[in-house]
Design a binder for this molecule. Structure first.
Ligand code: NI
Length: 133
């Protein structure tokens, strides 16, 4: 892929914002930050257009919480067509970390993720989606 150069005119505050992003995310330079921002914006558009995306839902929970695992499994079975794999890690005596790889319409993946994260006993949960294709 050939690289094209172009000039960008930015107000001081926007340039400061860009440099903050470069620093915070530890990009090697501004070009890399702009590449990241463009691809992120494209992924977000795809979410809005409700097209096929792939991603992962990460949840952390206390497996002693009553009915939590049963409810989580029930929900996951409702979305069996969207779930590619589930990895369960026993973090310590109480806590489990589950990484659920998912694929499908962004709206459906969001519903699945919202239902799981809303379960009583879930300590942390996040859905990450990326464009597939
Ligand atoms: Ni566990």
């Amino acid at each position: 892929m050939s690289l094209k150069r172009f000039g960008v005119s930015l107000e001081d505050n926007l340039l400061n914002d860009l440099d903050e992003i470069v620093e915070r995310k530890q990009f090697p330079n501004r070009s890399q930050a702009i590449r990241f921002l463009i691809s992120q914006s494209k992924v977000e558009e795809k979410w809005e257009d409700d097209v096929e995306v792939a991603g992962a839902i990460v949840i952390v929970y206390d497996h002693h919480k009553k009915d939590l695992q049963t409810k989580s499994t029930d929900i996951q079975h409702d979305y069996h067509e969207n779930i590619l794999s589930v990895q369960h890690v026993h973090l310590d005596h109480n806590n489990c970390l589950e990484t659920i790889a998912v694929k499908g319409k962004s709206s459906k993946l969001r519903n699945l993720s919202d239902r799981l994260i809303a379960l009583k006993g879930i300590k942390h949960g996040k859905l990450v989606m990326s464009a597939c294709g």
